[in-house]
Design a protein around this ligand. Structure first.
Ligand code: CP
Length: 361
């Protein structure tokens, strides 16, 4: 089994253990070298690679809209959805994407699994991999958890959100939605990101993706919810929501992540809404054809008023639709990379094929 390189941790790296007893806080946030079996983050992903995924997702969207599922793109592939944190959009859209493409899809959630009896993340996923799984889609509260699994298990790992680190498929579906709104051109465009940046993996993936495609990002939020040194990610910080939104080509409200907050970061939800919320008046500050995004789940009346969430500029449900097609593209890419390396683990485990030396789960 491959040994991990120990390098600096992603923000908020969590308390899970290496098989040798080491500390996951020492795990690497650096993506594995260009290994397309995995999708761990958008940091470091090239413009060409991002655009290829967006093109593929558009192709899947056209096929899904035309109907006729299930297709057989992922026939013979087994996908595990391992969700150690709650999810609606990401989990259901990965499940639909897998099923639409003919994969076998199984789901594991922390509640009701042996995780509640103290089984570690590594042992849990290793046991399931031994059942014959090819791709594991993992959401975990600890930043770096998917990287840890990718380094230790021979299956493809797709990051469905790790702590406050990255949420790459959300970042890609946001890019897909913005590409539609911006008629294919990211150069010279600007997104305003407003709200709880400190706890937001969505913000980090959006910044990495937009920077790779040549767009700019302006960030605004309460000082207690802006991470120190956020400018180093490649964005500009401004002091007010009005300044962020003035002339922007899109605005994304970030959810207040109350489950990740320690006390005292905000005076009150009402105060946050009054100072930072997206209102009809503030949306008028945007450029003429600008759009409003929210990754969900939305705290209606806190980050965004119902009039804005349901208004004509809102593309929030387009984001959700695009999420299914985008996840089809990502699953197909990772499965293709696995197939290039030899027989799929699910087939080897079922005794149908022999794995090449050193391969397989
Ligand atoms: N945007 C997002 O990740 O939503 P879920 O938590 O519902 O998956």
């Amino acid at each position: 089994m491959e040994q991990a390189e120990r390098s600096p941790a992603p923000p908020g790296a969590g308390p899970f253990s290496y098989p040798d007893g080491g500390d996951a806080r020492a795990t690497s946030a650096v993506p594995l070298p260009c290994d397309r079996r995995h999708l761990l983050g958008l940091e470091g992903m090239s413009r060409e690679e991002i655009l290829a995924l967006l093109d593929a997702a558009e192709g899947f969207r056209a096929r899904l809209r035309a109907g006729g599922m299930p297709f057989d793109d992922l026939k013979g592939v087994t996908v595990l959805l391992a969700f150690f944190e709650d999810s609606t959009r990401t989990r259901v859209s990965f499940e639909l994407a897998g099923r639409h493409l003919g994969a076998t899809v199984a789901t594991l959630t922390a509640a009701g699994s042996s995780v509640s009896k103290g089984e570690s993340l590594f042992d849990t996923v290793q046991n399931i991999a031994a059942m014959g799984v090819d791709l594991v889609v993992v959401r975990h509260g600890a930043s770096g958890a998917p990287h840890f699994l990718a380094r230790h298990l021979g299956v493809g790992i797709l990051n469905a959100g790790d702590g406050r680190h990255e949420h790459p498929t959300q970042g890609l579906l946001d890019l897909m939605t913005l590409r539609d709104a911006w008629r294919g051109n990211f150069e010279g465009r600007r997104l305003a990101l407003v709200g709880d940046v400190a706890h937001s993996r969505v913000a980090r993936s959006a910044i990495f993706g937009l920077r790779a495609l040549g767009a700019r990002v302006t960030v605004a939020g309460p000082a207690t919810l802006l991470p120190a040194g956020v400018e180093r990610l490649g964005c500009t910080v401004v002091p007010t929501v009005e300044e962020a939104m003035e002339g922007a080509d899109a605005v994304m409200a970030l959810r207040l992540q109350r489950e990740r907050m320690e006390g005292g970061l905000l005076p009150s939800l009402g105060e946050f809404s009054r100072v930072w919320g997206l209102t009809t008046e503030r949306v008028r500050l945007l450029s003429r054809d600008a759009v409003v995004l929210h990754p969900g789940p939305m705290n209606r009346g806190v980050e965004v008023t119902p009039e804005v969430a349901d208004g004509e500029r809102s593309v929030i449900l387009d984001q959700v639709e695009n999420g299914v097609a985008l996840r089809c593209a990502v699953l197909a890419r990772c499965a293709a990379a696995l197939r290039e390396r030899g027989p799929l683990a699910s087939r080897v485990r079922c005794g149908r094929d022999r794995a090449p030396d050193g391969e397989g789960a």
